[in-house]
Every structure is written in C-alpha cells, then in structure tokens.
Design a binder for this molecule. Structure first.
Ligand code: NDP
Length: 326
C-alpha cells in the first residue's frame, strides 16, 4: 500500500481524498517509480471538475512527476533501478507516493536538474516548447501576446519567446505578477483586470496587432485575443482557465485571414523521438540559463486540495509542486 490522492466524485478541491492505495507490480514494459516531486497543473483541475473526463472512477489525478525507478517489469532494457526519470501526460496518477509507468513514457533526468524543477518542466516546459518552436515558430521581429504571463506555462513561454528574439507582451492580474512577468522577459505587461488589453496592444503595436496570441485563459480573453491579431495572425488557444470560449463562426476569421488552432501537448509528443527532442530542448535551456524555472509553491502531497484551491483562485505564480513524505 502507498499513500495517494483519490477522486470518487467530481467537484471542488475537497473531493481530493488522501488514502492508502494498492499499486500492484509492474507488467511487461512497465517500471515502478517512487516519486520525488509531482507537478500540479491546471489540467488536473479540469479532470477534478469533469471539464475533461477521467477514464476511470475513482481515479488518482496528476500528469507530471520526477521519481526514482525502484523496480522494472519483464522485458525492460535501457531503464534500471536507481535511474531518476521524469514524465508528463498519460497515464494519469502522479499524485501518489509511488506509481507504475510505461517505460517508453519516461525520460532520464540530467543530474543537474533538481527534482522539483524537473517536475515543473515536463508538462509545462514541453508545452512552452511546442508552442514557440513547433505550433507557431517564434522568430526575431515577431510580436507575441501571452496571457497569464506569470503562470506556470506563461513564465516559461515568455522567457522562451524573448530568447528567440520576439517582442513579448504579457497579461497578468496583479502588480506582483507584473513584476515577475517583466523579469521573465516581457517587454510590455498589461494588468488585464484593470486595463483593456485590446486597446493597450493596439497602442503598443501602433495599430498593427501581434503576430501570435498564446491564449490559455479562454472564455474571458478569446474574443479580445482575436481582435489583437494582425492580418494573417495566428491564434493559439491552448487552455481555458476561465472557461471554454464561445464558438467562433468560421467566416469571422476571414476579415483578417486569421489562423486558429487548439493544440495539445499529447499530439506534439506522441512519438518517442518527439518526446525526447522536446524534453532535451527544455533540459538544455534550463541548464544554459535560458529558462529560469520558478518553483514558487511547494505543498506536501497530502495537501493537494490546498494546492488546487490556490491555483484555481489565481493566488499562485510560476510552478506548483507536491512533495511526498514531508
Ligand atoms: P497557471 O499557473 O497559468 O494558472 C492559471 C492562470 O490563469 C492563473 O494564475 C491566472 O493568472 C489565469 N487566469 C485567468 N483567468 C482565470 C480564472 N477565471 N480562473 C483561474 N485562473 C485564471 O496554470 P498552468 O501553467 O498549469 O496552465 C496554464 C494553462 O495552460 C491552463 O489553461 C492549462 O490548461 C493550459 N495547458 C495546456 C496544455 C496543452 O497541451 N494544450 C498543456 C499545459 C497547460 P492571472 O492571475 O495572471 O490572470
């Protein structure tokens, strides 16, 4: 038996229960991992609330962690007991002291990477990677708008876009978050709870608009984001922290010949090669100092409900991790 968080019914943070759970033994192609640090992501909240549907009920949430391999199943080569590995995505279940994972879903963690950092950059860092390097390739001269610029993904996204030579405009809700966004490479920061971000972007770009918007806020910002784009601009809606955006009539994109995509990390790391390339670029950028990973909030694993409550109520900035055994 190990301690883990379980969800029996959909709802608020209180549905996250701290329990003894039977994990079993690793089967063919699987490894047994003792988690050192677990990333908390907004997607965990979508599953807890039922915005996304979990495959089973009850379920253990969590899609990002770093841990030590403590056993390997039959047929495993290339992974051994004692390896430090990281993973992001499916199968869900990282809010647990220990878990079983398919060996082909994990990547080795360089010794220079602290476990709390590793557990913050697998899902969030690889998301920043696919957004700026593959979905819309950011280049010098581009003007980029990033909503929730001080969030877990947002912080990494702004730093990466800046490093690629873009002019970065970030939106945040508070002055404290504005300070962080500036430090993370935003050339302009808009406090969107106080200012009309469309008018400010218009002013900053002399009426020309931005080349790309990375919008993870969704409902509250989506229409404004479209309005911020220049002709042939690229709208990337990759999340819905404020709710699912209203439907877009296709012809409305025609006025500026806009591109619209709703990407997911899973499709950008679907093959082993894609996964290794994405993780490799993220680890390299952390090692070289291009990316500073802000692990601003650490909670004991048993306090996952508090972590969810804080993330959901916009109290957090940077990355949130859960630590087993503290
Ligand atoms: P964040 O740390 O960015 O937290 C969410 C932030 O969104 C808040 O801090 C807040 O920033 C902002 N926000 C705006 N409106 C609301 C609202 N009504 N309720 C709550 N938050 C709001 O979370 P993550 O870094 O974990 O994830 C960021 C987004 O990226 C999420 O939408 C997530 O689903 C998405 N994502 C998508 C992936 C994909 O593959 N498509 C992969 C990974 C993440 P502020 O206070 O400054 O407004």
């Amino acid at each position: 038996m190990v301690k883990a968080i379980r969800v029996y019914e959909l709802g608020g943070p209180e549905v996250l229960k701290w329990e003894d759970v039977e994990i079993g033994e690793p089967n063919e192609g699987e490894i047994y991992v003792k988690n050192q640090a677990i990333g908390v992501n907004f997607i965990d909240i979508y599953f807890r609330k039922g915005v996304y549907k979990a495959a089973t009920m009850p379920f253990t949430p969590g899609m990002e962690a770093v841990g030590v391999v403590t056993a390997v199943g039959p047929g495993i080569t290339g992974r051994k007991v004692g390896d430090v590995v990281a993973y992001a995505g499916t199968p869900m279940g990282s809010y647990s002291e220990e878990q079983i994972l398919p060996a082909n879903k994990v990547v080795p963690v360089p010794p220079s990477i602290d476990p709390t950092v590793g557990a913050s950059i697998m899902l969030k860092g690889m998301t920043a990677h696919f957004l700026v390097r593959r979905c819309f390739k950011v280049e010098p001269g581009h003007i980029v708008l990033v909503h929730a610029a001080a969030g877990g993904v947002g912080s990494l996204l702004c730093q990466w876009a800046n490093a690629l030579g873009a002019t970065v405009i970030g939106t945040v809700s508070t002055n404290e978050k504005a300070v962080q966004a500036k430090e993370d490479g935003c050339h302009h920061v808009i406090i969107y709870k106080e200012e009309d971000f469309v008018a400010r972007v218009n002013e900053i770009t002399s009426g020309n608009g931005v080349h790309v918007v990375y919008d993870s806020v969704g409902k509250d910002t989506f229409q404004g984001s479209l309005a911020c784009l220049r002709a042939r601009g690229f709208m990337v809606n990759f999340g819905q922290s404020s709710g699912i955006p209203d439907p877009v009539p296709l012809p409305s994109l025609g006025a500026k010949s806009l591109f619209l995509t709703r990407p997911s990390l899973m499709q950008y790391t679907a093959t082993r090669d894609e996964l290794l390339e994405a993780a490799g670029e993220v680890f390299a950028n952390v090692a070289s100092g291009v990316l500073r990973v802000r692990v601003n909030h650490k909670y004991p694993l048993s306090q996952a409900a508090q972590a969810h409550a804080d993330l959901e109520s916009r109290k957090t900035s940077g990355c949130v991790v859960l630590i087993p055994d503290c």
